[in-house]
Design a protein around this ligand. Structure first.
Ligand code: ZN
Ligand code: ZN
Length: 138
């Protein structure tokens, strides 16, 4: 089962569809990554072997945006905390410009960013992005 939201730039017609999976809350971080065939799986497995299961684990499908270059991409969001000063989080940098100035948005935050015109078109840097369609399937 999944959900999706498309956004379109009213100025240059850049359109992108974003998927948000649902129903991952009752599986482990490792099975979430397995289901996603994520390249992060060996990294996370290695950390768990070394440090044990995290005290706090957050993981979900998300959309990330870069404050430097306005790139917008779909990503797995992962945050694992072992001790107060030791954690692993992903994504940690922009794949386009390597900036670390990222915002990671879940579905509702993503939609409100679009509605409040706080999201910038990666192509023409316009703020005129609109939700153009929504999908739900199982
Ligand atoms: Zn645009
Ligand atoms: Zn960037």
């Amino acid at each position: 089962m999944g959900k999706g939201t498309s956004i379109t730039c009213q100025d240059c017609l850049w359109t992108r569809h974003f998927y948000f999976g649902v129903g991952f809350s009752d599986c482990s971080l490792e099975s979430y990554l397995e289901a996603r065939e994520s390249p992060l799986l060996p990294v996370v497995k290695d950390l768990i072997v070394k440090h044990g299961k995290g005290k706090e684990e957050v993981y979900d499908d998300a959309v990330a945006t870069c404050r430097e270059c306005a790139a917008i991409w779909e990503t797995e969001f992962i945050y694992v905390m072992w001790e107060d000063a030791f954690h692993y989080s992903y994504p940690d940098q922009c794949p386009t410009c390597v900036s670390k100035q990222l915002e990671v948005l879940d579905e509702s935050l993503f939609e409100s960013m679009v509605k409040e015109q706080r999201l910038v078109c990666p192509l023409c840097k316009s703020h005129q992005l609109k939700i153009s369609s929504r999908m739900l399937w199982d």
